[in-house]
Design a protein around this ligand. Structure first.
Ligand code: SF4
Length: 310
């Protein structure tokens, strides 16, 4: 068997920043440090920090007054910010700047009187945060059929935004339909689907054509990991989303000579390497790295943490 390790894969700049922020907060304040929702959508990362004394909460009522609270990479709504301020929580905002960009676009469009169509997945943390920024002005669409049901007119002032971790192809089809129905609709100045999502999908689409099977390392709760698996399947190969080596089943490989391994933006490289080691042991697999696009995006840690460029 031959393994192609897809590049880029794994941690993006936003996830790196969020994880390093939490590490830095633990060093600076000790535990417990509270995190609103999962710091990133990955079981290994979450378990690792839980063991260190980090407490993940879904409701700020669970956080004692004046405690240290970190917002995850996916961002929060203004309502969460107001509640945190009321409870005098010491907030470290590890929202990815590329999510904040979408929040700011929502605020700007709403202030300018636009109705905003947000393309995203209902219930995702990022979507809840973005919708909370301009709840009176935003409507969520998840499918082309949702676009067909929109009650706007071609004279309405409309703009669209997208969640950062969507399938580039699926979002493109929804945008096409929006533009057909509402030619006046305004697009974001710069693409909302982030560089990391775009690059990982591009790499898996190119490399999966040279394989019979794609393994995507990532948790089911991770939107961009699920979209990676879907991107591979769309090219005609089999693909499995796995949390780690324990999920790998030997019968997947009966007719497989080449397997591509990639990882979602929240999946640690250590877990990728454990999968590689397992396949090398089971199938004496050879390993090759293929990088389709190089990345050099970095974000600084949020205040009040020391300003470190990651
Ligand atoms: S996937 Fe994109 S938007 Fe999400 S944290 Fe990473 S860089 Fe930021």
């Amino acid at each position: 068997m031959h393994i192609i390790l897809a590049g880029p894969r794994g941690f993006c700049a936003g996830v790196n920043m969020a994880i390093e922020s939490l590490r830095s907060a633990i060093r600076r304040y000790g535990t417990p440090v509270y995190v609103y929702h999962e710091i990133v959508h990955n079981r290994w990362v979450v378990d690792h920090f839980r063991k260190q004394g980090v407490v993940l909460v879904d409701d700020l009522a669970e956080v004692p007054e004046s405690a240290n609270l970190l917002y995850s990479a996916h961002g929060v709504s203004p309502e969460v910010r107001r509640t945190a301020a009321r409870r005098r929580l010491k907030v470290i905002d590890a929202t990815c700047p590329l999510v904040t960009k979408v929040h700011k676009e929502a605020i700007r469009y709403a202030q300018q009187g636009y109705k905003i169509v947000l393309i995203g997945h209902a219930g995702h943390d990022e979507v809840l945060g973005t919708m909370g920024e301009a709840s009176e002005s935003i409507v969520l669409v998840q499918t082309i059929e949702d676009v067909d049901r929109l009650g706007f007119e071609q004279t309405d002032k409309l703009a669209y935004l997208t969640q950062t971790t969507l399938s580039v192809d699926d979002a493109g089809q929804i945008i096409d339909r929006l533009q057909q129905r509402f030619p006046q609709i305004v697009a974001p100045r710069k693409e909302d689907i982030c560089y990391a999502t775009t690059n990982r999908q591009e790499a898996v689409k190119i490399l999966s054509l040279q394989s019979e099977l794609v393994l995507v390392v990532g948790s089911r709760s991770s939107s961009n990991s699920r979209r990676l698996a879907e991107s591979a399947i769309a090219t005609g190969v089999s693909a499995h989303l796995i949390d780690g080596p324990d999920d790998i089943e030997p019968n997947w490989f009966s007719c497989v000579r080449t397997v591509v391994i990639t990882a979602g933006a929240s999946a640690p490289e250590t877990i990728v390497q454990k999968c590689v080691v397992l396949l090398q042991g089971e199938f004496t697999a050879t390993v090759e790295s293929r990088t389709i696009r190089h990345e050099n995006v970095q974000f600084t840690l949020p205040e009040p943490l020391p300003t470190t460029l990651l």
